[in-house]
Design a protein around this ligand. Sequence first.
Ligand SMILES: Cc1cc2nc3c(=O)[nH]c(=O)nc-3n(C[C@H](O)[C@H](O)[C@H](O)COP(=O)(O)OP(=O)(O)OC[C@H]3O[C@@H](n4cnc5c(N)ncnc54)[C@H](O)[C@@H]3O)c2cc1C
Length: 479
Amino acid sequence: MKTGSGRYDVCIIGAGVCGVNIARRLSAYELDVVLVEKEADVSFGTSKANSGIVHGGFHTGKNHLKARLELQGAMMFDRLRQELDFPFRRCGIVVAAMHEDEMRAIEQLYMQGVDNGVIGIEMCSRARMLELEPKLNSDVVGGLWVPGGGIVEPYRFVFALVESAMKNGVEKLTDFKVESGAHNGDEWTVRAADGRQITARYVVNAAGLWADDVSKAFGAEDFEIKPRKGEYYLLDRLTKARPERVVFPVPTSISKGMLVVPTVEGTVLIGPTAEEIDDKTDLATTREQLEKILSSARAMVPSISEYDVITSFAGLRPTLEDDFYIAPSARVPSFIQVAGIESPGLTASPAIGEYVKDLLKKEGLRLSEKPDYDPFLASRIHVKDLTPFEVDTLAKGDPAWANMICRCEKVSEAEIVEAIKAGHTTLDGIKYFTRAQMGRCQGGFCTYKIIKILMRETGLPWDQITKNGGTSHVLKDAL
Ligand SMILES: Cc1cc2nc3c(=O)[nH]c(=O)nc-3n(C[C@H](O)[C@H](O)[C@H](O)COP(=O)(O)OP(=O)(O)OC[C@H]3O[C@@H](n4cnc5c(N)ncnc54)[C@H](O)[C@@H]3O)c2cc1C
């Protein structure tokens, strides 16, 4: 494997859901592709903290690129799920009108959905809404039903895409913060903050919140990405308020509103808020926003209780204009901008991979199919899905399958070791890969055990174990 001094055909900056979809799509061709990421692991940016919804294609008119890519991307999830085995389910979306005057907006969304070609979209009466989602407030007056909408675990989606891309030859360089790019002859020299450098004929800027800085560092377009914060609260899987469908309110002009999402792994997410902020690192959550989220969520699903909240988190939308900015730079050669990818970026991401592949081809990149491209990943074993007898059988080969590390989410020692072997060597990386630390106790019982396994498997001393790389040491001052 190259260690950061290689020559590549394409360098993709940013290992969020857009960058990894592009990398995986390109991995089907005879190309040397490198994916570079400033963080210690992939999916540590906006792609880790969102609603995890595969949207239904009715929120935006098809004159927007983001609407066209949303529709195309949403349709690609079933095949990707078959190939990559990540948690995904088409549970459908309901949009609940709580007042008669909201029905006009519902009708507009319906017309837009029909115009966009959304399959099965339906305007609903109160009775139909309650039949589709019995957890809804019985005061609902009507709404919209979009059966094709779904839910996905966003980080596991990213991890599976990266694993597949790497299986097909893509190289991944983490802790590689791109600082500058210079074009000489027919190639870019891409330099990282730590002095490493690589060269590539084409560069794709998929740097999320920092796509503006990266663009400037390459002498490309001057634009500004503004963060819009979304706070969430997560409810325990034991909550009685879990709906079967994703429940949306009628949208506002700046956001799709605060939702109630039955996550694909059995918990419930409520939120997000939508707050313009200045600081691209501000992921704080507040009591004040919790009140807002609870009241909005309860208006639609009254059984939601504050006592079921197990944690809170925030994500930052990388907002630019009213649409995605995906285009070759008009200022510098062989540089593709993938910027301003706010919602529905997760949904659109497989289609973004396809779109960027075509842009690169138009810019002169030769695409010749790899005869040995393998789109499939082997399914992973999850102890939580097994019977005790099946766990027993596995444990005869390796007792680590029967050693339960995270009791809340039922994750065994063997699964933690698999995560580490797959390159996830921070506590957050292991959390997103396995779900250990994500349950009711939020790592209260298992974090210490995971640290011990990490030390054993990696040889790292205790003071080098981090939450998410860099200086986020977890034990440094504690002992
Ligand atoms: C609150 C919220 C809710 C959302 N809900 C949904 C939803 O339900 N459905 C949906 O479809 N979409 C949703 N979205 C949108 C979706 O999450 C984003 O569109 C998507 O994650 C963007 O992916 P990305 O790859 O462009 O960015 P990111 O995931 O941020 O990836 C960019 C990467 O680039 C890296 N990077 C930055 N600078 C550098 C550098 N100099 N060198 C190297 N690497 C660098 C970053 O570390 C990061 O990992 C939501 C977003 C938010 C915030």
